[in-house]
Ligand binder design. Structure first.
Ligand code: GTP
Ligand code: MG
Length: 425
């Protein structure tokens, strides 16, 4: 199911560019990567909204990678569920793996070493969690809080792993060319220009501790690199774990330095969070009044710290983290909505209608005839309170789309197909 429009979209959309090396699947996974004790398990729990992963104050408490599913916050989906009021409501989820802490030397087997790097290799996108909070109670593996040193360590390990892989890739390519040209084992065979260019660009990035993902490559180079299995080709989001105080006052002496470091290493999205503050909110998740009180207190603290107007508003970063993860993986939703069920289905950007139908049932893809589609915005503007498409149809906004239709975010769909398992879904 290769997204057909990918190449055009890449030029305009930095997120599509980030996904150019990735697998094409609807079930992609984000993974938390970082030093031990930076809050990865705590944040994974928060994103999952439940205590799936054990969070404890000692390094390496996560031994096995722990996969959770975070519900994707989506107000349009909520609107559909509230309109149709069906007995079954199924939101989209983002798979997130809580990977155990990496330490210096992991690429050579230190700590729990290479096993973790293979867990990183298994995810499709990375949240790199960086500790910027001070706490006497929470041990730092390197004894002090220094996010820049930590970034160097983590990125260094990921790059070291790729450096290692690149060496093998070059050997393999030479071997392949030798065989192809019938050369002896001692001969040094010529490599293609594309290979040499792609290889030297990757090497240069890796040697400067910069993810390959951030590099500029031709599409021929991308096609080669995609098969090399480099872990720094995965889209990466930098997540900075601040103390409650610094998160609320939107400042920390580390933030400008972190920004600068990331800029000098290929750039990337940075999301500040505070596990401490998120925990506080999460502890009262079943009590709306108490939640309001936590947010009001945070606002008061922000005002006291000198912030003004909208700057003083404090909110949970959990929804943004989940949405950003999904965007990094180039995933989007379409909906099915009816009296029995409202459901959000996950597909990759650029997916065509038949493949989207196939996420519901493979028969729908095989026997695809057409899709009937209304955009969420049209539905919302036109449905006039009704839990049906009648008004949308009346207004000519209920479209028939064929096999080449590229699905759009928020499409509400009915797929028509001619297999024997029933006519509609
Ligand atoms: N004060 C403070 N403590 C935190 C914060 N985030 C996490 N912690 C604490 O730090 C300890 C380690 O947190 P975890 O979430 O288990 O850390 P981890 O990154 O998963 O660690 P490993 O699994 O060992 O790699 C726990 O006791 C957490 O409660 C934070 O923002 N502030
Ligand atoms: Mg952990």
């Amino acid at each position: 199911m290769p997204p057909k429009k990918k190449k055009d979209a890449e030029d305009n959309d930095p997120m599509m560019k980030a996904a150019r090396f990735g697998r094409v699947k609807n079930t992609l996974t984000m993974g938390f990567v970082g030093l031990p004790n930076v809050g990865k398990s705590s944040l994974t729990n928060l994103l999952a909204g439940a205590s799936h992963a054990e969070a404890a104050n000692y390094p390496f408490c996560t031994i096995d990678p722990n996969v959770v599913q975070a519900i994707v916050p989506d107000k349009n989906f909520k609107y559909l569920a509230e309109t149709f009021k069906p007995p079954s409501v199924v939101p989209a989820v983002l798979k997130i793996t809580d990977i155990a802490g990496l330490i210096k030397g992991a690429s050579e087997g230190a700590g729990l070493g290479n096993a973790f790097l293979s867990h990183i290799a298994a995810v499709d996108g990375i949240y790199q969690l960086i500790r910027a909070f001070d706490s006497d109670e929470v041990i730092h593996v390197d004894d002090s809080v220094d996010p820049i040193r930590d970034l160097e360590t983590i990125q260094g390990e990921l790059c070291a792993k790729d450096k290692d892989a690149l060496g093998k890739i070059e050997d393999k390519e030479r071997e392949r060319v030798r065989k192809e040209k019938g050369l002896s084992r001692s001969a040094v065979p010529p490599l293609s220009d594309t290979f040499v260019d792609a290889f030297s660009k990757c090497t240069k990035l890796i040697d400067s501790n910069t993810p390959v993902q951030t590099g500029e490559f031709t599409s021929a180079e991308v096609d080669l690199i995609r098969d090399w299995g480099l872990i720094t080709t995965k889209p990466q989001i930098y997540v900075v774990n601040l103390s409650r105080k610094n998160f609320i006052r939107k400042g920390s002496k580390w933030l400008p330095k972190i920004n600068q470091w990331i800029k000098e290493h290929g750039g990337g999205q940075i999301i500040p969070v505070s596990v401490e503050f998120e925990d506080e909110l999460f502890n009262v998740k079943d009590d709306p009044e108490a939640q309001k009180a936590v947010l009001a207190q945070a606002k008061e603290d922000a005002l006291a710290a000198g912030l003004k107007g909208p700057q003083a508003e404090v909110r949970s970063m959990v929804p943004r983290l989940i949405r950003a993860g999904r965007q990094a993986l180039c995933l989007q939703s379409f909906y099915t909505a009816g009296p029995k069920e409202v459901r959000a289905w996950t597909i990759m950007k650029g997916t065509l209608a038949p493949q989207a139908a196939g996420t519901i049932h493979t028969d729908f893809e095989r026997g695809f005839i057409k899709a009937e589609i209304a955009s969420f915005d049209d539905f919302k503007a036109l449905h006039a309170g009704q839990a049906s498409m009648a008004k949308v149809k009346e207004n000519g906004k209920y479209r028939q789309e064929g096999k080449t239709y590229v699905m759009q975010e928020g499409d509400i769909c009915v797929f028509m197909h001619n297999t024997t398992t029933g006519k509609k879904k």
